[in-house]
Design a protein around this ligand. Sequence first.
Ligand SMILES: Cc1cc2nc3c(=O)[nH]c(=O)nc-3n(C[C@H](O)[C@H](O)[C@H](O)COP(=O)(O)O)c2cc1C
Length: 224
Amino acid sequence: MTTGHFSGFSRAIIDPMAFVTLDPANLVPAERYRILVSAIAPRPIALVSTVSASGQPNLAPFSYFQVGGNSPPSLVFSPTNGPSGMEKDTLRNIRETEEFCVNLVTRDMALGMNQTSADVPMDESEWGIAAFNQVSSRVIRPARVAESPVQLECRLFAIVEHGDGPGSANYVIGEVLQIHLREELVGSPESIRPIGRLGGQMYIDTATGELFSLARPSGSPNRQ
Ligand SMILES: Cc1cc2nc3c(=O)[nH]c(=O)nc-3n(C[C@H](O)[C@H](O)[C@H](O)COP(=O)(O)O)c2cc1C
């Protein structure tokens, strides 16, 4: 007999008074950041390789990152404006050249990835700091990170700005032009198992369930 509803489940009684409702406008930016990045987690990490119009390579991690569609394949990440409202080098390079390569990050890449988040002058490259190896891309100028099991060559589709002060968003939407996947993963992409960013300095390794923390390199702000 069909009852029209699931049996074996009973709806829990939730006390609406158990919630505190916060108006983001009444929170300081650090509090808003802390709550959002702890709640919207784990986030995958895009290690983004770009090149400036004058040819200077750049590499930096971004966890405000997601896939957005698959026909055509597209993704989005957000380099937020820095503490003084300045745009990050990655965003500036993408505005100039409209190309970038997203490299997914696994546990063995975590320390190097973290190093690339250091605040270095625009005319210096983070590639040397992290000692990652470069592989040429097929259709764009920025190189791929050889250590990454998945590298996505992207062309800029749109940049959507939301706000203009420190911490404001710049949603970079890219179309994926080439997918480079390590050979052994082709039949089983479910085995990719990247690391995920949690709140604070915490990360999770989705391959093992290990929780670990990494302090940001000295000299760089802990918040984005
Ligand atoms: C794991 C991780 C995730 C990060 N995610 C972001 C992010 O989503 N958006 C952002 O603006 N900065 C993020 N950052 C900070 C940037 O990587 C950092 O500001 C970097 O210096 C930017 O480099 P660029 O100026 O060369 O583009 C993150 C840092 C780490 C370590």
